[in-house]
Design a protein around this ligand. Structure first.
Ligand code: GDP
Length: 529
């Protein structure tokens, strides 16, 4: 017998879809996000997704860097309603805005949409983000974008998904022509055509057909494209994977959609299929390995990201919390487990661009922003009545390194305090050299983190620092009975982390491999043990 609250949680959770869009810069993520928001009627938000036009559209003007660049430094969350669903999109910044936050945000998503440019295929950033999704085993949906432009052969792209990412695919629809000759797509499931038409190609017409051999297609697309479609569909039917829902749920098979975001072509079909197939909020594991289900009555959640200084006037910070179970109600008291304190959640916010609405209620799958007077850390768990601690969020091996020094030696104390506190937040790793000089090296996953760090050292600690980029690309924690530092001298450097563990930094894959050969008894870990 379930209680009324459990029933409510069940209904509300079932409506929700919380996902992130992963892509390489320029694939069209902003454009796709805008179109999705438009379907949800959240029209006033279109254009605010990424503050391209600084001032008028900037999502959050909390930091100078952000203003200068016209980007949103940290990922934000957007919610909209569509066909009875509550959709939560987690924005993951890419490119030079890439940072640890991008990865962490993925831990709050239940599925991902992988956006690929038809001309470019799988790109570097896509690979990185895909790997994090893969690690979590979440379902991944693929949207191949810009079909209105000449691009690569669809089969070649599917092949690339498999070769580069190791994921098999199931095309939900198939393009008829491409670029100037792009007619539209053939929907395999519903056996219908979606036509790309009108003078400006902005109109979409749907035409029911008998199958891909229907003569109607010949009339519309012409003999050549009709035959090509026939051949390609036959090949897919024979050589392609069958649709397998379980495999999709395990992230082993990705449903693929073709379209053109900027023309709003194929976006609606994509959204509807996605909402139908994508999972509702999933349970999360607690530190004892038990699954905390969304329908558990006691509220629980974890902080996956902290955004500092969102409002420079108040110097406040916002902690983003993913709700795992129970119902959130404004003003409720919860346990802050790590701090061993009871706290009241009185000013929670939901993020709709500029208007940060105060949330009264929220359910599993939702993300709320909590006002943070400095009491939260990434990975903190909040829970009602009982103590629930969620599994630690993964940390990611740094790939970019810089030596840090203080410009004014008299400020050494503040400098040290800043380094200690800011690296405590967990997104920047700090190392010390082991040789004759006692240097401090910082390691991050995205260049932007250095800029944010530099800015915060100045703004919050009054310290000017100098960062000197180093040529290392990999960090490996070395576990060995006896470490011989002399074996880490070529294109690499041995340092220690905060806890005194040995870490070797390498300039190249080659340097890493040769160190592994020279130290056969050592273990090389990508993260701290
Ligand atoms: P993001 O960096 O992934 O957020 O990419 P944007 O959404 O900013 O898009 C990058 C560029 O690609 C912009 O100039 C868009 O207008 C363009 N773009 C997006 N979708 C399409 C599409 O379907 N077709 C074409 N031709 N261009 C597109």
């Amino acid at each position: 017998m379930s209680t009324p609250l459990q029933k409510e949680l069940q209904t509300e959770a079932a409506k929700r879809r919380t996902f992130a869009i992963i892509s390489h810069p320029d694939a069209g993520k902003t454009t796709l996000t805008e179109k999705l928001l438009l379907f949800g009627g959240a029209i006033r938000l279109a254009g605010t997704v990424k503050g391209r036009k600084v001032g008028k559209y900037a999502t959050s003007d909390w930091m100078e860097i952000e203003k200068q660049r016209g980007i949103s430094v940290t990922s934000s969350v957007m919610q909209f309603d569509y066909l009875g669903h509550k959709v939560n999109i987690l924005d993951t910044p890419g490119h030079q805005d890439f940072s640890e936050d991008t990865y962490r945000t993925l831990t709050a998503a239940d599925s991902a949409v992988m956006l690929i440019d038809v001309a470019k295929g799988v790109e570097a950033q896509t690979i990185k983000l895909f790997q994090v999704c893969r690690m979590r085993g979440i379902p991944i949906f693929t949207f191949i974008n810009k079909l209105d432009r000449e691009g690569r052969d669809p089969f070649e792209l599917l092949e690339e998904l498999e070769q580069v990412l190791g994921i098999r695919s199931y095309p939900m629809n198939w393009p008829i022509g491409m670029g100037k000759r792009f007619c539209g797509v053939y929907d395999r499931q519903r056996t219908q055509l979606e036509l790309f038409q009108g003078d400006d190609h902005k109109q979409v017409a749907v035409r029911k057909v008998e199958g891909y051999e229907d003569q109607v297609i010949k009339e519309i697309a012409g003999e050549h494209l009709y035959e090509q479609l026939g051949q390609e569909m036959e090949l897919l039917d024979v050589a392609g994977d069958p649709f397998d829902y379980e495999k999709v749920m395990r992230g082993e098979l990705t449903p693929v959609f073709f379209g053109s975001a900027v023309n709003n072509f194929g976006v609606q079909t994509f959204l509807e299929n996605f909402l139908e197939l994508a999972p509702a909020p999933e349970p999360r594991k607690n530190s004892q390995g038990e699954m905390i289900e969304p329908t558990k009555e006691n509220f629980s959640g974890y902080v996956f990201k902290i955004q500092a200084n969102m409002n420079p006037a108040h110097r406040d910070r916002i902690a983003f919390l993913r709700i795992v179970s129970g119902k959130f109600q404004r003003g409720m008291s919860v346990k802050h487990v790590r701090a061993g304190k009871e706290i009241k959640l009185s000013q929670p916010q939901q993020f709709l661009a500029q208007d940060r609405d105060i949330v009264e209620e929220a359910y599993p799958g939702d993300i709320i922003g909590l006002f943070d007077p400095g009491i939260f850390r990434i990975g903190d768990s909040l829970s009602q009545k009982e103590e629930i601690v969620f599994d630690e969020l993964p940390t990611f091996s740094p790939e970019i390194f810089a030596k840090v020094t203080v410009k004014n030696a008299l400020k050494h104390k503040q400098y040290q305090k800043g380094i200690d506190q800011l690296t405590e937040e967990g997104t920047i790793q700090v190392f010390r050299t082991t040789g004759a000089f006692d240097d401090t090296i910082l390691g991050v996953v995205g260049q932007l983190q250095f800029e944010v760090f530099e800015h915060r050292m100045k703004a919050e600690y009054g310290v000017d620092i100098q960062l000197q980029r180093l040529g290392f690309q990999f960090a490996r924690w070395i576990i060995d009975e006896k470490i011989d530092p002399s074996r880490f001298r070529i294109n690499s450097q041995l340092v220690t982390d905060k806890k005194g563990n040995y870490v070797a930094l390498f300039e190249s894959e080659y340097a890493l491999r040769s160190a592994m050969e020279k130290n056969p008894t050592a273990q090389f870990l990508t993260n701290a043990p």
